[in-house]
Design a protein around this ligand. Sequence first.
Ligand code: 26V
Length: 817
Amino acid sequence: LDYTARPGSTVSGHELANQISQELRLGQEVEPSQATSAQVYKASAAVVRRQMVEAWQRGQSQMVQGHTRAVGYLSAEYLLGKQLPNALLNTGLEAPFQQAMQELGFEPDDIFAAEREPGLGNGGLGRLAACYIDSLSSEGVPAFGYGIRYQYGIFEQAFDQEGRQRELADTWLEEGEPWGFENFGRARRVSFGGSVVAEGDRRTWQPDWAVKAVPVDYMVPGYASGRVNTLRLWEAKAYQEFDLATFNQSDYIGAVVPKVKAETISKVLYPEDSTPQGKELRLEQQYFFVAASLADAIATFYPGEREPDLTTLPSKICFQLNDTHPVIGIPELMRLLMDEHGYGWDEAWSITTRVFNYTCHTLLPEALEEWPAQLIAHLLPRHWEIIQEIDRRFVADLQARQVSDEQIDRMRIVTKADQPKVRMAYLATVGGSYVNGVAELHSQLLKDVTLKDFSALFPEKFTNVTNGVTPRRFVRLANPRLSALISEGLGSDAWLSDLEQLKGLEALADDPSFVDKFIEVKRANKADFVAFAQRKYGFEIDPDTMFDSMIKRLHEYKRQSLKILAVIAQYAAVKSGQVDPRSLVPRTVIFGAKAAPGYAMAKETIQLINNVARVVNNDPQVAGALSVRFPWNYNIELAEHLIPATELDEQISQAGKEASGTGNMKFALNGSLTVGTLDGANVEIRSRVGADNFFLFGMQVEDVDRLYSEGYDPRAYYEADPRLKAAIDMVASGSFSEGERSTYRNLVEDWLSKDYFMTLADFSAYMDIQSEIDEAYRDQRGWARKAIINVANSGFFSSDRAVKDYLERIWHTGPQE
Ligand code: 26V
């Protein structure tokens, strides 16, 4: 055992128990025998955190003194999930903790349950950031995660009596939180507004208001790597928290107005995950965390230097822009270099373009951020000047390359219009070294469609890094039974830091005793989920049904509609007597999804799913054959319970719309089979696990393009497939709204007249593949064999591999030397 690789593993269970007791007595003034789970959790977190401090400090000083380029991951979102189990695993303290809890008389699961998960992200993009900082530490790379410490994370979802979504504030900080360390000594001033004044040939920004950015530092322990990096999340504070003069005039509210205004910046995560809405506060959030982070990185690598040689910055650190949200960092670094450090444009530009790289996470044109120039000019006048200059020089460069005026207009960073806009994706492409998509297909479509003009002129900038997920959280912690079986099958647990080793399981797919054990693991995981769902949601789920899950944000392109229409069609076929329910493979169809609060169509879909569940689950005619469950408030905790129990995973987006997907990877690694379209990373999963072990259906990108250009008429599909007609008619006639025909009017109208994502066109193929799936499932050992082959061939989808790809292709750095 390499003890330095596991900072806590020299500690015995007894010592750990003593430390936790001490922390309870001295830190919380409670006798261990009297302590609540919440108190034990808090004390345990403090003790575990202390175990990491030494490795953390060692890593920090090696980074600053060493010559290994660090990575600064700039992301507006980190969807972390619970910290305690992960910290215990990565530090080697799992077993001592079990012993300590036994000694103190507590159940570890009760202690874990006391933690509120930090939901500081919307979905895939935020969870990816969390996986990448885990892998960066696990690979021993000096790195920072930079972001915002939202006081309220992604909203808590509830359903009302009618099955509609209600949003409640996520009060994760309500009782404090033991992991973050408020590092007041590293606070930075972040300014806004005002104007630009010329002094000779220098232009400087005279802002008119500012907030204090205070970092809250989280340790990010690597898995058995001995490295602990920092996730630095900024919180906004007022410089003058309280105006005594105003208070003394009895204006008690007025006295705290500046405090409220400043703190608003880090108050809440925007819950939209696809359609940016040009909100001033959101731009303030973006600039706030990026400006603080850049200044912090410079202060870290040039400590105490008044006139640092920033031409060396690219050898110290590079910044990854996680989507366009932090792209304002490009003009901000230009401003710092020119206005604060006296560099000329060319030198500043050379540094800037070598420091930044950009990852695009979408293909939906409406999801690409464009800020009204007026808003930028008002909030960040100096940045607006710099952006215009970047644009002017870029256009001149294009002209020099003989690019046509028409193409130049398509490529401008600042659009030519009465109300010009700044296209952040273009600014990122021009202002950095590399642009990458998040799966092969997505990167190809970026080059061919979304950023076509750019890739034609600057092909060397474009690359792909297929997403990955951390096997520690999503296999080892979420699925201990499967993990033990994998380690048994492979003869060691080395796969946890080298996931391609899973390949060794492939031979065991033909070993009957291994297959039996695999089936037993899934059965036990299903039983656990049944108990969890009973406890948490009051659901009565039959474990002897196929668990068929679709968990992801609710979005039209992801096509939860397709799934629910197929369920309704099946139900309608039973009701009309066409199908004998006893002939069906019994299924529990499980949805998890949050809709953006302003997304009407998505909310109507949620309401429909809930009401289909109500009707179907209460109909004795389908009892035992079909049920629909919609556990509310889908989050990391629910994912960790549901994924290991799932047998069929739904990845059914319209081809060419899902950039990658990462749920698909988590499911395959946990031994579910996928039903999916050729979209995002599904393509790569299928090619690795083999066509026989993946349920492919539906149109491909070329079919979709052709159908758009021919003119798509959804009604023709409705008329052509009686199963589809029956399903839509059932919705329209009020079967899921107690006879009220208007409840789902928008949905029905959209299906029949627009259906932009071609749900109806893929319906028949989807129904047909579901029958094939039923047939495959009847052969339980054959199904298990396919699932084992999925696990064995999904090692590629580790975030460790993804991070290594970034290191090699984009960051050009590696582990701390
Ligand atoms: C956009 C916006 C717009 C303004 C409001 C807040 C907000 C937050 C996020 C986004 C970007 C959404 C893009 C996104 O989440 N993409 C997902 O990224 C995953 C990780 O790469 C990928 O697996 C999914 O396919 C992709 O949809």
